[in-house]
Design a binder for this molecule. Structure first.
Ligand code: M6R
Length: 604
């Protein structure tokens, strides 16, 4: 996830910017940069990789006395993690840093290029600085040019912009991405995309609202709302606890990551869905030429998303799909044919088993695709093509938002392939896209749902095990629910296809066997319901998750009304994540760092 800092004052500007960026490291990034305007001259430094590289590049640069500067850590979305793509981006005499995505950047870029503007980067951000400089030519002053520019941008942004002619002014805007202004008694002005860089420097902060924009100078904070009406910045006292600030008020990173799912899924969709088409700039449709099978390979949670994807590919793209556990695939001398597209799925892009299978597929001459959350990871570098899931850094060992974005990508990809194969009519694709756009609102955690799960979690701290059951694509979701619970509660849990219980596992049924039943209204409801009734008749304790009340259940988690089974999938995913989280918290476990587990498994 990208991070922003800004500073205007008399202190050591370079150090303040670098230490601010350091505080944002926990969010993940792959390049960083700063621009400082001092005594009428701009100094700009960028580096790929860790901040230490940027520190090295700036070691001979000294700031003293009044200066202002902006800094950024970039998590690549549009374009590779290179120095040219790193922020701040330069126009002729201005610099900009930006978090979020400018959705209409392609149109703006085209117009600017037609007017003779040369672009250096592949980013969406660079249009902001060029558009500003274009507007400056006709505006009364720089602020008018900035305000006009902001109105021309569509999408999500937190922006800081500095320009040579205004040596004591930082322009800012916020819409959909967080941005704070910090102040202190020394009358310095600070900016950051979250609290942490401001701790120790500022006493008070103002959390900007969507649509806010304006400028700061040593004497003034000029703030305007989305309608251009001037308003007072509201300041609150800044808490000085860093770890709490990183968790943004949540008890654990996992909890924060569950709550973030709406916004990261919006990022996953951003720029990739039009009204009736899925666009993957990073893919060439020829990747699917001559392909008659898709083979998906992964470990753990990523394997569950692969399994979910197999239902979508066969159902919508009408393409034969197989799934493989990477650690098994490696050693079973599999037959690989060149009409198969090999797809590796990995949050980290570094999992040793999955990486090895990717090498095997390449060696066998297969076309390869990686679905990954980390640009420039080993798998992304190796594969013929890659799609980034854009979940931002995931700190909790138990994967949540990475899974959610993988499923979103797979749903999109199944439609993309359906278009190529002609397996869905245009109206069907358009209707899916309309539903896809609803996903962010269906993963939003409601207080009511969280409270309910918190309360009922106390009944599930003992017993001799859990069965998570579901049918169709709700079977991999059941597997994922069971894995989440195992990982952080250390209770025994298994995922099963609901229809399979009667073939053996039902022998375990008694009141101390807890069954978490996924009952989607829009996919095989009656079939799954009768499987649950069989368990209920044998006195298993049932917790049903559904939008339809179920009288045979001991506990019931009601999801919001949905008119598509995939929306029910996402709603239930959140309920399962919260259930594991609350059980684990009640058991007093370390939710974010469960015993025996590592975030990235780079050994066999
Ligand atoms: O980084 P990857 O997606 O390749 O990781 C695969 C698994 O190790 C990972 O999903 C693991 O199962 C998580 N802890 C699940 O929460």
């Amino acid at each position: 996830m990208c991070g922003i800092v800004g500073y205007l004052g008399e202190k050591n500007t370079k150090e303040i910017l670098l230490s601010g960026l350091k505080e944002l490291e926990y969010r993940g990034y792959d390049s960083a940069g700063i621009a400082v305007l001092q005594n009428g001259t701009f100094h700009n430094f960028k580096a790929v990789g860790k901040l230490i590289n940027l520190e090295e590049k700036t070691k001979d640069f000294v700031t003293s006395g009044f200066a202002m500067g902006i800094g950024h850590t970039r998590w690549a979305t549009h374009g590779k993690p290179t120095e040219l793509n790193a922020h701040p981006h330069l126009g002729e005499f201005s610099y900009v840093v930006h978090n979020g995505i400018i959705e209409n950047y392609a149109e703006l870029k085209k117009e600017l290029q037609a007017g003779g503007t040369a672009f250096l980067s592949q980013t969406d951000t660079e249009v902001i600085v060029h558009q500003f400089e274009k507007n400056q030519k006709t505006a009364k002053n720089s602020f008018e040019a900035f305000a006009k520019t902001i109105k021309e941008l569509h999408g999500a942004y937190a922006i800081l912009l500095v320009t040579k002619g205004e040596a004591e002014t930082i322009f800012f805007a916020k819409h959909g991405s967080p941005l704070l202004i910090g102040v202190n008694e020394a009358n310095e002005k600070y900016f950051a995309s979250s609290d942490t860089p401001l701790i120790g420097h500022c006493t008070n902060v103002s959390y900007l609202e969507d649509g806010d924009y304006g400028y700061v100078t040593p004497q003034e904070i000029a703030l305007f709302d989305k309608n251009g009406i001037k308003k007072e910045a509201k300041f609150v006292t800044l808490s000085q606890n860093k770890i709490l600030a990183q968790k943004e008020g949540y008890r654990f990173f996992m909890e924060k990551e569950i709550y973030e799912q709406g916004s990261v899924i919006s990022d996953t969709l951003m720029g990739r869905v039009t009204e009736n088409e899925i666009l993957f700039d990073e893919l060439d449709a020829s990747l699917f030429d001559g392909i008659s099978e898709i083979k998906l390979c992964a470990c753990g949670t990523s394997y569950h998303s692969a399994m979910s994807a197999s239902y979508l590919f066969e159902r919508y793209s009408k393409i034969k799909t197989s799934i493989e556990v990477a650690s098994e695939f490696r050693y079973r001398e599999p037959i690989m044919t060149k009409d198969t597209l090999f797809v590796a799925i990995s949050q980290s892009g570094e999992t040793a088993d999955t990486l090895e299978t990717l090498k095997m597929a390449k060696a066998a001459g297969l076309k390869t695709l990686v679905i990954c959350n980390v640009d420039n990871s080993s798998m992304v570098r190796l594969a013929d093509a890659s799609i980034l899931t854009r979940a931002g850094i995931e700190k909790g060992v138990a994967s949540t938002k990475a899974f959610a974005t993988q499923i979103t990508v797979f749903w999109m990809l199944s439609l993309y392939v359906a278009k190529i194969k002609g397996s869905l009519a245009q109206e069907q694709i358009a209707s899916h896209i309309a539903t896809l756009r609803e996903v962010p609102s269906h993963v939003k955690v409601s207080d009511e749902m969280h409270e309910r799960i918190k309360r009922l979690s106390k009944r599930y701290l003992h017993g001799h095990g859990f069965f998570f059951i579901g049918r169709d694509i709700f079977y991999p979701l059941a597997l994922e629910g069971a894995l989440k619970l195992k990982e952080i509660s250390y209770l025994h849990a298994e995922g099963y296809p609901a229809g399979e219980m009667k073939h053996g596992p039902i022998a375990l049924a008694d009141p101390e066997l807890f069954t978490i039943a996924l009952l989607p209204k829009h996919l095989h409801y009656e079939k799954a319901k009768s499987n649950v009734e069989e368990l209920s008749a044998r006195d298993s304790t049932i917790c049903a998750i559904s939008q339809i009340p179920f009288d045979k259940a001991d506990d019931f988690i009601e999801i919001s009304p949905c008119d598509h089974y995939m929306l029910e999938f996402f709603e239930m995913m959140v309920a399962l994540q919260l259930l594991s989280l609350e059980i684990s918290i009640r058991l007093g476990n370390d939710v974010d760092m469960p015993r025996n587990l590592a975030k990235s498994v780079t050994v066999e």
